[in-house]
Design a protein around this ligand. Structure first.
Ligand SMILES: [Zn+2]
Length: 143
């Protein structure tokens, strides 16, 4: 690891193709830092983000892992971001409070949806609604 890896500038300049929910296509995303996408959040200044050059939406990274610039999922817009927050809000307590192990919960979700499920990879509001419906059914069963 280079000495200046914690320096905001070290994140800038790289490009990668990522699906963008707003553009509804794979776009050329640019790696940047929190200073650019969250100018009012000093605590995020030195974290990496991938930003769509067309619509300016962005996605965060698995910054606590070895591959710290790996995107968390697809680039979303505020509508999809809010839908994901809602899904996490009802999904997370199930495994965090120990009702169902996280892996088992996601496996059940994937099975019911018919594809490998990741909240970070919800592509559209229609998909978010469908997931929300399935999650609610699981919640009803657990509580
Ligand atoms: Zn875009």
């Amino acid at each position: 690891m280079r000495k200046n890896d914690n320096n905001a500038r070290s994140f800038r300049g790289k490009n990668m193709k990522i699906y963008c929910c707003e553009c509804k296509a794979e776009v050329q995303a640019r790696l940047t830092d929190g200073k650019e996408v969250h100018p009012h959040r000093k605590d995020l200044y030195y974290l990496p983000f991938w930003k769509c050059g067309v619509c300016k939406n962005y996605v965060g990274c698995h910054h606590k892992t070895k591959n710290r610039t790996k995107p968390l999922g697809f680039i979303s817009n505020s509508e999809i971001k809010n839908a994901r927050i809602k899904i996490h809000a009802i999904l997370d307590p199930i495994w965090k409070d120990g009702f169902v192990p996280r892996g088992k919960l996601y496996a059940e979700l994937s099975e019911k949806l018919g594809y490998h499920y990741h909240t970070g990879e919800i592509k559209s509001i229609e998909e978010a609604r469908k997931v929300y419906g399935v999650v609610k059914k699981i919640v009803a069963k657990v509580f």
